[in-house]
Design a protein. Sequence first.
Length: 112
Amino acid sequence: MYCQKCGAKNDDNAFKCTTCGTVLQSDMQAASRREYVPTYLAPAILATLFCCLPFGIVSIVYAAQVNGKVSAGDIDGAKQSSDAAKTWCWISFWSGITIGVLWFLLVVGSEL
């Protein structure tokens, strides 16, 4: 997007011109042009509470970064944080399941 006042090239999601500071688009236009990137915050919290705490915390940290990066216009960074949150959420989930199954087998095996 080019600034109508100074002609400088700006990012398509930019709210103000980086050169002269002129408002390029209203808040509604900027919001409608933003790309949706899932945060995976709710699954990360659930995986932290019910599966594996350490890996779940990592997932929450990445999930918390997504909205800030989208607001800053860093869509690629937001997608990377979103993917990392999803990956760590699954790692937390499967670690919790594995530990639970091993614990169950240990308890049942010790009683036989």
